[in-house]
Design a protein around this ligand. Structure first.
Ligand SMILES: NC(=O)c1ccc[n+]([C@@H]2O[C@H](COP(=O)([O-])OP(=O)(O)OC[C@H]3O[C@@H](n4cnc5c(N)ncnc54)[C@H](O)[C@@H]3O)[C@@H](O)[C@H]2O)c1
Ligand SMILES: [Zn+2]
Ligand SMILES: [Zn+2]
Length: 369
């Protein structure tokens, strides 16, 4: 079929929105009609050419939500009409990692996905007979996409898809960092560095876990306001003195849990240093630049602080995303303030501009139905 999609043709150049070909789903694959897709930093990171593993041409987009149109042979977990959130982090439910509660890093299709192929090593996207690669196994800046069954989370059909799409990446990452990775204990004190979608999700996750104090740190007053809306009890402006301020605010000890959601390695270090002696846990969510390293004075570790990393918030997507969506529908998570702009597919480059200007938290591309 012919579909409209936003294609990365050349690194550093705007995406080109035009028609390309999409083949029918093969066994184990699903054709999804996209309803909405968030515009995320990872799309821009690849589009800019900064990502050393990036490839072109490819259809970008990975924060998708839509409706199953058709399924390939052997697909049993979703059917036409089902509402789904796309997962760049799949869950095969069979590999050694999927069977272990300690990680969500499914091993099933990683290699092919990283190269821009579906699990059988080919693409369904093409133009003039030439293959066009799939980005993050999702390619959701498009009217339709073909994805592996194991990379779709079936959600409650009552969830509005133009909001559900943020559960495909940033929001679940932040929520999961607090709920799954750190497992924040009730009554504890938390600090969240960065109040973008990931950090705001972490604030909400700390609140859902019953944290007593949630200190949000950001450079932007507008974002700190949003953090208060998600449950932050104290707000601090980031900068070189912030560790000292946190230590003072916590009786000289530091916080039980800290979260980094900026991608800045200096802030990651602050997250470690503002974690409490004895048991403080610093959870790193941000993606650092190529070649950057995190500097930790070992004394911070010897005196009982721990560091954890979190990919997609440790959420096993097919099981976990539908549950997070239920908590949103049940009123426990407030998604609306996180969605700032609604765009059409042809305005996708405007989404990048808004992101670079830090205008709002998420721009969402909404497709005509
Ligand atoms: N681990 C994962 O699976 C995963 C998933 C999605 C995104 N990410 C990463 O998480 C990070 C955050 O993503 P986002 O979409 O929320 O980004 P974002 O840019 O919207 O938010 C980052 C926030 O950090 C703030 N900030 C910058 N410098 C700061 C400082 N010195 N002190 C305090 N705050 C500071 C900014 O003002 C901004 O509000 C990025 O690095 C992104 O690549 C990771
Ligand atoms: Zn993303
Ligand atoms: Zn797996």
């Amino acid at each position: 079929m012919r579909i409209k999609a936003a294609v990365l043709e050349e690194f550093g150049a705007p995406l080109r929105v035009g028609e390309i070909d999409l083949a029918e789903p093969k066994p184990g694959e699903v054709l999804v009609r996209l309803a909405a897709c968030g515009v995320c930093h990872t799309d821009l990171y690849t589009a800019s050419g900064a990502d050393p593993s990036g490839y072109a041409p490819t259809v970008l987009g990975h924060e998708g939500a839509g409706i199953v149109e058709r399924v390939g042979d052997g697909v049993a977990s979703v059917a036409p009409g089902d509402h789904v959130v796309t997962l760049f982090s799949p869950q095969c439910r069979e590999c050694i990692h999927c069977l272990d509660p300690r990680t969500n890093l499914c091993l099933a299709i990683r290699e092919q996905q990283n190269l821009g192929f579906l699990p059988d090593g080919t693409t369904r996207l093409s133009r003039d007979g030439e293959p066009v690669r799939h980005f993050m196994g999702t390619s959701t800046f498009a009217e339709y996409t073909v994805m592996p069954e194991i990379a779709l989370a079936k959600i409650n059909p009552e969830a509005p898809l133009d909001h559900a799409c943020v559960f495909a990446c940033g929001l679940s990452t932040g929520l999961g960092a607090a709920i799954n990775t750190a497992k924040v204990a009730p009554g504890s004190t938390c600090v969240v560095f960065g109040a973008g979608l990931v950090g705001l999700g972490a604030v909400a996750g700390c609140r859902l876990q019953g944290a007593e104090r949630i200190i949000a740190v950001d450079l932007s007053p507008d974002r700190l306001d949003l953090a208060r809306g998600q449950g932050a009890t104290e707000l601090l402006t980031g900068g070189p003195d912030v560790v000292q301020q946190i230590v003072q605010l916590t009786g000289g000890f530091g916080a039980d849990y800290t979260f980094e959601a900026t991608g800045n390695v200096a802030v990651m270090r602050q997250a470690v240093e503002s974690a409490r002696m004895g048991w403080g846990l610093a959870t790193v969510c941000g993606v650092a630049g190529k070649g950057e390293t995190l500097d930790i004075v070992p004394r911070f570790l010897i005196t009982g602080r721990r560091v954890a990393g979190s990919s997609f918030g440790g959420v096993k997507g097919r099981d976990g995303v539908p549950l997070l969506v239920e908590r949103w529908l049940g009123g426990e998570i407030d998604v609306a303030p996180l969605i700032s702009h609604r765009l059409t597919l042809v305005e996708v480059n405007r989404g990048f501009e808004l992101m670079e200007a830090q205008d709002g938290i998420r721009s969402v591309i909404v497709f005509d139905s």
